[in-house]
Design a protein around this ligand. Structure first.
Ligand code: HEC
Length: 207
């Protein structure tokens, strides 16, 4: 600071005298710039059309929700049921996919291993075609059932749905213990929605 900054201001409070110490120019410069910035920023962002951080957050969330909704595959139970009942054009595709993707956990004969059996009269997530297709599509990530929407086409999932549904009542040796609620006349065994695929997948527990 230069010498002339150390001038006494010439008045006294209770015997205390003051020096006149102006703030450095660079400091004042920044001070004025922040004021000028605020005069533009506050009216634009908070009163005009500018976006606050909260606005940007909301827009990001809306964009993400729209994207999720666009990716969501909607299964219509009746359509699936009609498709599966109409011949067995689905079988070849379903068997091929099932052997490679599903048999390791649900057993080739549907008797269940890591995942539940398909041959019994109970289900964890409902026994209708629509319920089955939804579980295959969205998975149950927290329980170790993968969401297959990324790996399989919609047609493959549809064909698998017919196949899984067709396992019910098939005789198998030593099926896995029954899991879930009894499937009554093709009604959903469980009304509870499956956790969305977006939920953080938990590591499968090691037995
Ligand atoms: C890594 C092991 C694993 C693989 C591979 C796997 N699943 Fe699963 N699956 C599970 C587990 C575990 C569950 C039980 C989820 C729960 O407890 O909610 C399950 C549940 C299901 C259910 C719901 C059963 C019910 O009782 O409601 C269906 C349907 C199903 N899987 C179909 C398939 C199909 C089709 C494939 C192949 C494309 C497949 N799974 C591959 C582990 C697997």
């Amino acid at each position: 600071m230069s010498k002339e900054t150390d001038e006494l201001r010439g008045h006294t409070f209770d015997g205390i005298e003051e020096y006149d110490n102006p703030l450095p120019r660079w400091w004042l410069g920044i001070f004025w710039v922040t004021i000028a910035f605020a005069l533009v920023y506050v009216p634009y962002v908070h009163m005009a059309e500018g976006n606050t951080i909260a606005d940007e957050y909301r827009q990001d969330m809306e964009r993400a929700a729209a994207q999720l909704a666009a990716e969501r595959i909607v299964w219509v139970d009746d359509e699936l049921k009609t498709y599966c009942a109409n011949g067995d054009g689905w079988r070849a595709s379903a068997v091929a996919t099932y052997q490679v993707r599903c048999a390791a956990c649900h057993r080739a004969d549907g008797g269940g291993l890591v995942g539940p059996a398909f041959t019994d009269d109970v289900a964890l997530h409902g026994g209708r075609h629509g319920d089955i297709a939804r579980v295959i599509t969205d998975g149950v990530p927290a329980k170790g059932m993968i969401a297959w929407r990324k790996q399989l086409s919609q047609d493959q999932i549809r064909d698998l749905t017919c196949y899984v549904h067709a396992f019910r009542g098939q005789p198998v040796n030593e099926p896995k213990a029954r899991q879930g609620a009894v499937i009554a006349s093709d009604a959903p065994a469980v009304a509870a929605p499956i956790a969305p695929a977006a939920a953080a997948p938990a590591l499968p527990s090691v037995p």
